[in-house]
Design a protein around this ligand. Structure first.
Ligand SMILES: Nc1ncnc2c1ncn2[C@@H]1O[C@H](COP(=O)(O)OP(=O)(O)OP(=O)(O)O)[C@@H](O)[C@H]1O
Length: 302
């Protein structure tokens, strides 16, 4: 394991009644934002909870900063980890935000009260309302503010923007980006929001049916596939076409192709005499669809 790996999953398996998650092999690099992306029920939250050890794996191993632990995580390690769960814990329901924050400040030695106050003001969260009486979005904003104020080295966010209005969502994105400017902070983010992935993620780990299919740099992934439109009378030459054509729809005068992106493709098109009318990079959702069908993005195959 590299020294710069925060968490490593090695053949990690959780067996459920209906589904098995894993075996998972994954390294989370220090100082980056890794987005867990995948369909409902694919295993993202389970992976996060295994990293927190609130769910213990049945097989394999997890290492935190190079060390394996069984059962509950040691306090000094747990205090370095911030967590925003998909569904807020009920234990704090009867506390006001102020009281819940005080408890958290005892628990986290690096708690920054001034920062917490500024986030609560920025997010406009009522401080004296019981958490159970807050709206879904207000509670979410409290959870995010409290997780950030603990100044964690590893921040686990499970669908953090669920219920946030667009203003709060933008504040959250800004704050997460600011928090990455601090030394050695790492974020794992489970999300379905494409814009969130585009704005935040450095790496995308694609989770499907309990497996991590690949973890790929976002910028490489987003340039993985192109859709191109070519004149149909040229399409016969596509059999000689060395780029990987994985879809072709022929219209009366124009063919639409999905091809693997390649820096040499433009030269190759010219050599083959292909006249490209227009082209576009595929969107993340389209890339994920191809991934599920078994077409691994070039960035993942390297
Ligand atoms: N403690 C557990 N032990 C075993 N299996 C579990 C456990 N918790 C959840 N599961 C199962 O694991 C599967 C994946 O659930 P999980 O919540 O991890 O998916 P997800 O990718 O986060 O989904 P979503 O996007 O809908 O939030 C589900 O079928 C669920 O029933």
């Amino acid at each position: 394991m590299s020294q710069d790996t925060v968490v490593e999953l090695i053949g990690t398996v959780k067996k459920g009644r209906r589904k098995t998650i894993g075996p998972l092999n994954l390294q989370i690099p220090k100082g980056y934002i890794v987005a867990f992306v995948g369909p409902n029920g694919s295993g993202k939250s389970t992976m996060i909870q295994m990293i927190l050890q609130t769910i213990c794996p049945d097989e394999g191993e997890i290492r935190w900063y190079g060390e394996a632990h069984t059962g509950v995580l040691p306090i000094d390690l747990r205090q370095k980890i911030g967590y925003v769960p998909e569904i807020s814990a009920i234990e704090e329901n009867y506390m006001t935000a102020e009281v819940a924050a005080r408890f958290r400040s005892y628990w986290y030695p690096s708690w920054d009260e001034e920062y917490f106050e500024s986030l609560m003001t920025r997010f406009d969260v009522p401080r004296r309302e019981r958490l159970s009486r807050m709206s879904k979005g207000e509670r979410r904003k409290f959870e995010i503010a409290a997780a950030l104020a603990a100044k964690p080295k590893l921040l686990l966010l499970d669908e953090p923007s669920s219920g946030l209005d667009p203003f709060a969502w933008k504040h959250m994105i800004d704050e997460l980006r600011n928090c990455m400017e601090e030394e050695e902070v790492t974020i794992i983010l489970a999300t379905h929001i494409v814009e969130e992935i585009k704005r935040l993620a450095d790496y995308i780990a694609f989770v499907y049916q309990g497996q991590v299919l690949d973890m790929v740099e976002k910028d490489l992934l987003l340039g993985s596939w192109k859709e191109i439109w070519v004149r149909n009378d040229e399409s016969a030459r596509l059999s000689k076409f060395p780029g990987k054509v994985i879809r072709q729809e022929d219209g009366p005068s124009i063919s639409k192709l999905v091809v693997q992106e390649d820096s040499l493709l433009d030269e190759l098109y010219a050599e083959q005499g292909l006249q490209i009318i227009k082209s576009r990079s595929l969107e993340l959702e389209e890339i994920m669809e191809l991934w599920i069908e078994g077409h691994r993005p070039a960035a993942a195959v390297q």
